[in-house]
Design a protein around this ligand. Sequence first.
Ligand SMILES: *[C@@H]1O[C@H](CO)[C@@H](O)[C@H](O)[C@H]1NC(C)=O
Ligand SMILES: *[C@@H]1O[C@H](CO)[C@@H](O)[C@H](O)[C@H]1NC(C)=O
Ligand SMILES: *[C@@H]1O[C@H](CO)[C@@H](O)[C@H](O)[C@H]1NC(C)=O
Ligand SMILES: *[C@@H]1O[C@H](CO)[C@@H](O)[C@H](O)[C@H]1NC(C)=O
Ligand SMILES: *[C@@H]1O[C@H](CO)[C@@H](O)[C@H](O)[C@H]1NC(C)=O
Ligand SMILES: *[C@@H]1O[C@H](CO)[C@@H](O)[C@H](O)[C@H]1NC(C)=O
Ligand SMILES: *[C@@H]1O[C@H](CO)[C@@H](O)[C@H](O)[C@H]1NC(C)=O
Ligand SMILES: *[C@@H]1O[C@H](CO)[C@@H](O)[C@H](O)[C@H]1NC(C)=O
Ligand SMILES: *[C@@H]1O[C@H](CO)[C@@H](O)[C@H](O)[C@H]1NC(C)=O
Ligand SMILES: *[C@@H]1O[C@H](CO)[C@@H](O)[C@H](O)[C@H]1NC(C)=O
Ligand SMILES: *[C@@H]1O[C@H](CO)[C@@H](O)[C@H](O)[C@H]1NC(C)=O
Length: 413
Amino acid sequence: MASTRPKRPRNPAVLLLLALLQLSLRASKINCATLHDNNTDALWLQAFRHGIKSDPSGWFSSWNSSANHCLWPGVRCSRKHPGRVVALQLFGLNLTGRIGSSIGNLTFLRTLNLSTNGFSGRLPPLNHLQKLQVFDLSRNRLHDNIPYAIANCSSLREIDLSRNILVGKIPPKVALLSNLSLLRLSRNNLTGTIPPRLGNITSMRRLALAYNKLTGSIPDELGKLTNIWYLALGGNRLSGGFPGCLFNLSNSLQYLSLEFNMLSKELPPNIGDDLPNLQLLLLNDNIFEGQIPASLGNARWLQILQLGNNNLTGTIGEWIGKLTRLQYLSLQANRFTKTLPSSLGQLTQLDTLNLGNNKFEGPIPPALGNLQLLSYLDLSQNNLEGNIPIQLGSLTSLYKLDLSSNKLTGKFS
Ligand SMILES: *[C@@H]1O[C@H](CO)[C@@H](O)[C@H](O)[C@H]1NC(C)=O
Ligand SMILES: *[C@@H]1O[C@H](CO)[C@@H](O)[C@H](O)[C@H]1NC(C)=O
Ligand SMILES: *[C@@H]1O[C@H](CO)[C@@H](O)[C@H](O)[C@H]1NC(C)=O
Ligand SMILES: *[C@@H]1O[C@H](CO)[C@@H](O)[C@H](O)[C@H]1NC(C)=O
Ligand SMILES: *[C@@H]1O[C@H](CO)[C@@H](O)[C@H](O)[C@H]1NC(C)=O
Ligand SMILES: *[C@@H]1O[C@H](CO)[C@@H](O)[C@H](O)[C@H]1NC(C)=O
Ligand SMILES: *[C@@H]1O[C@H](CO)[C@@H](O)[C@H](O)[C@H]1NC(C)=O
Ligand SMILES: *[C@@H]1O[C@H](CO)[C@@H](O)[C@H](O)[C@H]1NC(C)=O
Ligand SMILES: *[C@@H]1O[C@H](CO)[C@@H](O)[C@H](O)[C@H]1NC(C)=O
Ligand SMILES: *[C@@H]1O[C@H](CO)[C@@H](O)[C@H](O)[C@H]1NC(C)=O
Ligand SMILES: *[C@@H]1O[C@H](CO)[C@@H](O)[C@H](O)[C@H]1NC(C)=O
């Protein structure tokens, strides 16, 4: 037993547990299937518990030695290997304190999900967790670097460390995790570039690195992620043009968000033909210029399209009317000119339409009155002329209407 003693044997609960372990071992065959002498997971769990400073919901009151640790709430054990913990899931309990390194001794662990708590300190050591598949410590207050040893947990399928205060670089060796399908590191303070090697993880389905401080261009290698449907890189300092490598993902990509970066140049003319499955496209708050390619009208599954706060020019063609599934369309704060296409009236699913702060001219299309679900309509700060069409009066869901700073005349009756 000596070698299995935890670091803090002073704690009465651990002493009691040790005593129980010894008792059950002496009682030998009675019912010790779950408490083998090679089984110390109960001790590592107790050691983990000692790292916890506050437990406002009293979750741990039932983690006591009168019950087998496999029955403790949040713990699940293996069927094949009695007593070995395969899952530890403590979600949304407002727990604070540290995630002690004893977690790294739960070598049968497949799922570690401590998301949405107040854990602080560093990430626990993981190098012995060869069976770990799901690793979710998102929405905590963990700081410091992502340990390179994460690349040693070769069974990992899902990593979510979003919404912490992690710094440093994304370890390129993550690319060794060949079964990874989710890598979410959004909303930390990560720096450096996006490792091109991530393109080797062809099992990847969701990659989210948004709202960090990543720099450089979007590596071409991401074009090898042919199973990816969700790519979120917004809110960084990424530069270069629209990543043409994404056109290799035409069968899979549904969700693409690159907003709030420093991406520039013209949008590729084939964008809508080569990404026909897009449902969400966020390119707002960059410095894209030139016209919106008419091919975008062929991305007919689009529900959300945000191109606001760029340097786009030219006209909005009638092609926009083909995007009949659009619920959210914002093109504000660009330099669009000429008249508004009347085909906007075909976008009957629209909830939000923001075309403000451009150089649109001519009349407001009466067809906008067809947009019965519209709750937000902003056409302000343009050069629109003429009367406000009476048809707008039928927009009964509107809660915000801004037509200010135009050249409109007449009455709205
Ligand atoms: C634990 O010990 C038992 C009996 O010695 C053995 O059958 C079992 O395989 C061991 N389990 C592990 C995980 O080593
Ligand atoms: C110990 O935990 C069990 C459930 O795991 C609970 O029913 C029991 O009330 C707890 N005992 C004490 C003394 O807290
Ligand atoms: C966690 O804290 C939030 C905000 O203080 C509170 O609304 C929520 O009920 C708490 N949850 C638990 C499980 O204690
Ligand atoms: C992990 O287990 C080893 C023995 O297997 C022990 O020496 C070490 O102290 C344990 N680590 C922690 C953090 O409990
Ligand atoms: C962690 O648990 C929460 C709550 O059950 C769940 O919503 C979330 O998807 C889990 N994380 C992963 C990566 O599976
Ligand atoms: C990762 O695994 C390799 C090979 O098993 C080992 O040499 C290396 O020390 C491990 N790295 C860490 C950080 O545990
Ligand atoms: C990856 O997944 C496959 C299929 O589930 C499995 O056979 C393989 O062992 C896994 N690889 C690793 C390194 O875990
Ligand atoms: C990132 O760092 C800045 C200071 O450089 C700090 O103000 C901000 O709160 C940090 N954000 C996160 C999510 O840690
Ligand atoms: C990535 O793939 C390329 C070519 O397929 C290979 O040469 C390279 O070694 C791989 N890198 C890693 C880190 O696996
Ligand atoms: C994209 O696909 C083409 C043809 O399938 C291939 O030649 C090219 O290397 C791919 N690009 C990337 C970045 O994967
Ligand atoms: C927008 O484009 C104009 C004309 O091409 C250029 O003068 C201006 O600097 C651009 N603005 C930004 C923010 O790049």
